[in-house]
Ligand binder design. Structure first.
Ligand SMILES: [Ca+2]
Ligand SMILES: [Ca+2]
Length: 396
């Protein structure tokens, strides 16, 4: 059987030896256009984070299609906006699209453009004022806006709050058991209605201002020549203030050498004395030590100046609170042991031994009858015999 070959693209014309050409294929019927979405043909997607008025922005790329994707936070996307608070992500800038929340997981099937949604922040409260605080204070106070709340953070973290009063002030008693000390810090914030918390106001605790204890020490009167009282110059009179209720006894809180001013009174000033119970000592070598109990309290007033007149000024008062000469061995009593010590150094002159300042009761550089006369005048007296030995309670 003869076969026939069709030559070339024969199917366009009849060929005797060929069977009729098949009809040309009909053009393919176009299928309905798919949604204009090229994504099914892509392998990787991206998520765009738009600050939408804020600062920053981020595009997350190379995300496999149909993978589970976690929406980022504004911080992760590096987006912020001053004066606004982030509320959500949205596929439309005006928030009319689909909303997404940070941390939400989605199956990603298409490019996602997320616009940050913002809400304006309420205005911030003004910071409060804190008055100067001192060591030992029982209260902390300050200023603020009437009706606002002030929250104070004390040393060691305790927090207490107060409402600002009508006059624009606030005050808070210290937490129980807390004692303010120099160098500690106190901070306070203020919160007013409809406003956010203020920035903190901070203050550093100052030293306790204390009190000034001052006074006058009388010169020592004697009459060793029988011609009326002379007055001993005030050399080396020491004033000490010691806390009473401390065991063991602390060193003197303050020691003041009273300046010599001829025959006048010796003035002393002890600054920065905190409230408390004290014993005030007045000492001079060879003389009976004098002591007084002193209470310093701020119950009635702000810290100020406390004046202790150990000897009220004026000639009529001289001698009332004098130091008594003769206790050369400083055992708080004038007796034979003191006379014996003076006699053993009798005739000695400064600075040659056995001269000693505690034996030279009139400070004339010589151990002689004047010193014996001074001791004799006070023999058998003890420190508790001072007329001013009673307690002195002083409230300022
Ligand atoms: Ca003595
Ligand atoms: Ca003398």
């Amino acid at each position: 059987m003869k076969t026939c070959k069709c030559q070339g693209p024969c199917c366009c014309r009849p060929c005797i030896c060929c069977p009729p050409c098949p009809p040309p294929p009909s053009p393919p019927t176009p299928s309905p256009s798919p949604p204009c979405n090229p994504l099914p043909y892509r392998t990787f997607l991206s998520v765009v984070y738009d600050p939408n008025g804020g600062a920053g922005g981020f595009t997350d790329t190379n995300i496999p299609i149909f993978s589970l994707y976690q929406i980022k936070t504004p911080a992760q996307a590096g987006i912020s906006r001053t004066g606004y608070t982030f509320t959500a992500w949205n596929t439309q800038p005006d928030g009319s699209g689909d909303a997404y929340t940070p941390g939400q997981r989605v199956w990603l099937a298409s490019v996602l453009i997320l616009y940050a949604q913002w809400a304006p922040e309420p205005p911030g409260s003004p910071p409060p004022g804190i008055n100067a605080a001192h060591g030992g204070d029982a209260m902390v106070s300050g200023t603020g806006n009437r009706g606002c709340t002030v929250i104070v953070t004390f040393p060691y973290g305790a927090q207490l709050m107060a409402v600002v009063k009508k006059g624009g002030s606030w005050s808070i008693a210290l937490p129980e058991g807390l004692t303010l000390m120099e160098g500690q810090t106190i901070s306070a914030v203020q919160i007013c209605s409809g406003m956010t918390e203020s920035p903190p106001a901070v203050t550093t605790v100052l030293p306790h201002p204390g009190y000034t204890v001052s006074g006058l020490v009388s010169p020592v009167a004697f009459d060793c020549l029988g011609l009326g009282p002379d007055f001993l110059r005030l050399f080396d009179v020491i004033v000490e203030l010691r806390e009473t209720f401390r065991t063991p006894a602390p060193p003197a809180l303050h020691t003041v050498a009273v300046p010599a001013d001829g025959v006048g009174l010796g003035a002393f000033t002890i600054p920065n004395v905190p409230e408390g119970e004290y014993v005030l000592y007045i000492k001079r070598p060879g003389y009976l030590t004098r002591s007084m109990n002193v209470t310093v309290s701020a119950a009635a007033a702000a810290p100020g100046t406390l004046t202790v007149f150990l000897t009220p000024p004026g000639p009529a008062d001289h001698g009332v609170f004098n130091l008594w000469a003769g206790d050369v061995n400083n055992n708080l009593f004038i007796d034979n042991s003191d006379f014996l010590a003076i006699m053993e150094a009798f005739g000695a002159r400064y600075p040659n031994p056995p001269y000693a300042p505690n034996l030279d009761l009139n400070a004339d550089g010589m151990i002689d009858n004047d010193d014996l006369a001074l001791a004799t005048a006070n023999v058998n007296l003890g420190a508790t015999d001072y007329p001013g030995a009673e307690d002195v309670d002083i409230y300022v």
